[in-house]
Each structure stands twice: as C-alpha cells, then as structure tokens.
Design a protein around this ligand. Sequence first.
Ligand code: 13P
Ligand code: SF4
Length: 338
Amino acid sequence: MSDKLVVVGNPSLVGHLPEVVIPPDVEAMTPDELEAGIKRLKTERNAVILAHYYQESEIQDLADFVGDSLQLSQAAAKTKADVIVFCGVHFMAETAKILNPDKIVVIPDLKAGCSLADGCPAPVFEKWLEQYPGHTVVTYINCSAGVKALSDVICTSSNAVKIVKALEGQKIVFAPDRYLGAFVAKQANRPDMVKWEGSCIVHETFSEKRLIELMVKNPDAEVIAHPECHEGILRHAAHVASTSGLIDYAKTSPKQTFIVATEAGILHKMQQAAPGKTLIPAPPEDEICACNLCPHMRRNTLEKLYLCMRDLTPQIEVPEAIRVKALKPIERMLEMSV
Ligand code: 13P
Ligand code: SF4
C-alpha cells in the first residue's frame, strides 16, 4: 500500500482501493512478536489504540480503550496522544479525525467500511433532504463525514432516543438506519419521523424463525438485541441497547442465559463482564454462514494493526470545509449526551 494513500469520505465510493499487502517480515512474525511490536510502537509514537467491541478479541485485548460508538467518540475527543490508532470501521476513525484535525489518525485497513454508511452517499442524501425543508436532520454516526456535514445532530445507538425526545415539537428526518429509526420513533413516540431506508447487513440477517426455535430450546434465556436489528428480532427482546448497554445488562441482570442478537465480537467482553453466564449468539438466516460477523470490522487484523502503527499509514484525512461542518453536529451530540 502506498504511503500517500488516503481516503476522504466513504471507502466504497472512492473506487478500487488496493488490499493491504502484508510484507514477508511481518508475515513471519508470531502473534507474541506482533503483540510486543504493537506495545513498543504505542510508546514510541505516543499512540492510543481505540477499539470497538466487534473487533477480534486479540485486538480488543491490546487496546487502551474498548467501547461503543459514543464512548469511542468521547475517548477520541479527550485523548492527549499524538496518534490515534482506530480499530473499527472507517466512519469511526473519520469521526476521531474530525474531532482531532491536528493528530494522526490511522486505521489498520482503509477498506473497513459499513453498509449503513455505504448506503447513504452524501450527494444523494443532500438531494433527498430537499423534500424535507424545515426538518431537523438527526443522523446516526454510521455515515460519512459528507453526510454528517449535512446533519443538525449526530446520534449513536446509546443516545438516539434521548436526542430525538429532546427535539420535541420539531419535524425530524432520521438517517440512515431504518430499523434504529423505527425503534427510536416508537420509544420517543414520534411516528411522524421521516426515515432514510438503510440497513446493516449483519443485523438484517438474524432470523426470527430460528430465534424462536432457540428460545424454545432455551426457555430460561433472555433475548437481548442491538437496535439495528429488524422488528422480527426486537419484538422478542427483553432489552434493546447499544453494544455497551447490552454488556452492562448481561452483567447486572439476575438471568443466567442470554441470546445475544448483535455482532458476535461482543461476546468476548460480555463474557469477561459476566463470567459464568451463558451467552448464545442469535442465529442468522443461513445456518452455515458467518453472517453475524461484520465483514468490514473483520478486515482489521493483528498484522495490519502492527503495520499501520509502524508505517503510520493509511491515515484518515477529511477536507477542512467538510470537517468544520461535520464537527458541529458531533459536538452537539457530545453536549447532549452528558
Ligand atoms: P454501537 O454504537 O452500539 O457500538 O454500534 C455500532 C455499530 O456499528 C453497530 O453495528
Ligand atoms: Fe456497519 Fe453493520 Fe458492520 Fe456495524 S455491524 S459497522 S452497522 S456493517
């Protein structure tokens, strides 16, 4: 990969991006050597490693901070490190760069996108918004900087209901996740909320039929779900929350067994938080696929993490004019989340 390669906006819309090539010297390293190298580079570069709960467990274990999208934005907003190493997907690293224009932000694999962000290109979104003058644009953080720049306030799965409730009396457009949008509209009693019809490829694949079969086999289990799931899953859930909210629930609930309807990477920290409890991943439609693993999140590997810290590439860049516009709704979200 070229040292100069940067992507502005949405990886899927930038055309063909090369795969990260792991050089033979890195390929020859053992996991222990990679781990030691990452720890050494962290000190040498005064870097902080931020990781999402959907990353591979060995990446989560090396991170300085593991969290949900809101917690990761909050951690990025207050870090004193010179380099932010973002183990997550592109929009998360891009948010960190918007908050820290003077810091270097690297991501192990620039091609780690997100189906929600990919399904809402900024120029199309801008045109679509013309139909809704006078509406407050509430946008889920899973979107590009260009879409954030067109928004009034950003939200995540952990604060979306709170933010929409705070906008009482205002007409609202919600994008880009239709399932989160439907959940929020119900919780905040805003059936009039206009929704962009995007979805997450991972949460969309959970099967209601197979979930019911699993519930019958495990009658004492409680279903817990991420609000990106469709209604067929959410209607069975005892608790619906962000990734960190689901972990907290599994830890504090008196129940012993949970069927967990979100990306399976969450089980690593959830099991640590709730030792001794039984965690069963919710089943996708197709019995043999690994559809409950996000293919974008899984692009990041230990080798790519080591490489991006060694070479300080690929870096996230955001054009200043877009960054300044995108910063405002992110800051508004951070203010509304305290
Ligand atoms: P959280 O903010 O709940 O961690 O969700 C992020 C995400 O991408 C879920 O698919
Ligand atoms: Fe995007 Fe879905 Fe992956 Fe989350 S799990 S990053 S919403 S594709």
